[in-house]
Design a protein around this ligand. Sequence first.
Ligand SMILES: Cc1cc2nc3c(=O)[nH]c(=O)nc-3n(C[C@H](O)[C@H](O)[C@H](O)COP(=O)(O)O)c2cc1C
Length: 211
Amino acid sequence: MTEARKQRIIVAISGATGIVYSLSLLNILRTLGIETHLVISKAGEQTRSLETDVSASQLRELADYHHAIQDIAAPISSGSFRTMGMIVVPCSMRSLGEIASGATGNLLTRAADVVLKEGRKLVLVVRETPLSNIHLRNMLTVSECGGVIFPPVVSFYTKPKSIDDIINQTIARILDQFELDAPGVVRWGEDQPESATVSASANERLASATK
Ligand SMILES: Cc1cc2nc3c(=O)[nH]c(=O)nc-3n(C[C@H](O)[C@H](O)[C@H](O)COP(=O)(O)O)c2cc1C
């Protein structure tokens, strides 16, 4: 009897702000028993050190496998290496542009290109604001080719009480794209969030505005 194949997801970190999302994603994927293949751009390494106290080695240890950004011979560079797909989180406008053009210059964008050509799930957690027409056109191109453009936008209907709540809900919605159930996700119509500080302060603001 053949052994069941382990499910794998490629997690890529580029140099947009919000590396904290990828830390949470890697932790949740480990809990779910999904094998993770991590690739980090040079700018992603820079934002890690600017935005967190997590060292390069601590970040790598969150994944099952780490591949160097210049290693275009890594397994994730080939479509024959089967994965469920790839999540680029956060996704910079530079990496988005490279993926949209198809002229891929490093392992991160090559792996994304492979995921698209194989018809697997590619989720780009794009982060920039405001967006220029170039950014929007690149997003449309990737979307037309089957990619999912997934900006990390807060859902206030879940009544988040902390930044962790906001991050975890976003990660859970990303994992919905792969039919994976993250713990603690709030689903409209299923879970009734308790009244939260955010609504209390919203009420206070409304009261002072109408005085
Ligand atoms: C602290 C910091 C925050 C940044 N935030 C963003 C961002 O939100 N979106 C973006 O597209 N680029 C952002 N950048 C710029 C990218 O890091 C830069 O364009 C880089 O070339 C991206 O390369 P990569 O796609 O190979 O990671 C940021 C840079 C720094 C240092």
